[in-house]
Ligand binder design. Structure first.
Ligand code: PAF
Length: 284
């Protein structure tokens, strides 16, 4: 696997691949890689790309809490080994100046209400930071496909919107890859290692509740489904619920009647041991 630190070198490298009719898949990450990330690379391979580029850049602009940024794990040697083991072709490992050079200018994205609910409410400025870095990475990497995990459902919606606003959706396909789970159902996340043994046991009830909802929502109104899911979480001692929202998959706004939306998702964030755990399932 090649390791490229410079944006200009990566741009030249990708231009060369495209001149030779090779397709490029791109997987943006902040490192601390787990099976969920590796699955994105496997998907790039299975989708017929010949070159797979993974970026690792811990983007300060998307953290609204300086301590969270400081605590963010950076196990680069282990990450390199994992990427090599799944057949990643290039690791793009830029420093801050490569991503945000002096002449860098933010793109004036407008997300209507996509960024004012859920994570947008709880992490001010987070999606502005995500959007700017993903846009910059797409400009540098110019892939044919970008692969992102469904676990960050709202993030994928933001990236879809930014690609539309920047007229990139004709050139680059956004592929949303289903969430990879531990054997007991917990969604894989770089944050899971921060859970205590007792917290890890309780965390399983997040996905259990979502799967229960998937099986039973048809007998309930959205409001009942939301209340009963919260009650189930609380009954298992998971009472720090940042939100549990039943939303239209396109507008990300809460649904009042099932028949009002073509596709509905339930998104949840629960705090355990001070760790924010995100999960979601698509109901239909
Ligand atoms: O999901 C992440 O790891 C980050 O938000 C991303 C998309 C790499 C942007 O920094």
């Amino acid at each position: 696997m090649k390791i490229i630190n410079s944006s200009a070198t990566l741009q030249e490298f990708v231009a060369y691949q495209h001149q030779h009719q090779l397709r490029v898949g791109f997987i943006p990450t902040m490192g601390a890689l787990h099976e969920g990330h590796l699955e994105l690379i496997r998907q790039s391979i299975q989708s017929g790309n010949q070159v797979h580029i993974c970026s690792i850049f811990v983007n300060p602009k998307q953290f609204n809490d300086a301590k969270d940024l400081e605590k963010y794990p950076r196990p680069i040697e282990a990450d390199i080994q994992k990427l090599e083991s799944v057949g990643c072709s290039v690791l793009f490992l830029p420093d801050y100046e490569q991503i945000y050079p002096e002449n860098w200018q933010r793109f004036p994205f407008q997300f209507a209400n996509l960024d004012t609910t859920m994570e947008g409410l709880h992490r001010t400025g987070h999606f502005e930071g995500v959007a700017q870095v993903v846009y910059r990475l797409l400009q540098i990497c110019t892939p044919d496909q970008i692969f992102m995990g469904q676990k960050d459902f709202q993030q994928v919606a933001i990236v879809r919107s930014l690609m539309k606003q920047a007229h990139l959706e004709q050139k680059i396909e956004l592929v949303r890859v289903p969430t990879v789970r531990e054997l007991d159902g917990l969604a894989m996340s770089s944050r899971n290692i921060r859970l205590s043994a007792e917290g890890r046991k309780r965390a399983v009830f997040i996905s259990k509740t979502l799967f229960w909802l998937q099986a039973n929502y048809k007998n309930l109104t959205p409001n009942e489904a939301q209340n009963q899911s919260k009650t189930q979480l609380q009954a298992q001692g998971l009472d720090e619920i940042d939100y549990l929202e039943i939303i239209d998959a396109f507008s990300l706004q809460p649904v009042e009647k099932w028949e009002d939306a073509l596709s509905v998702v339930v998104c949840v964030v629960v705090r355990i041991d001070g760790v924010r755990l995100l999960d979601n399932v698509i109901l239909y």
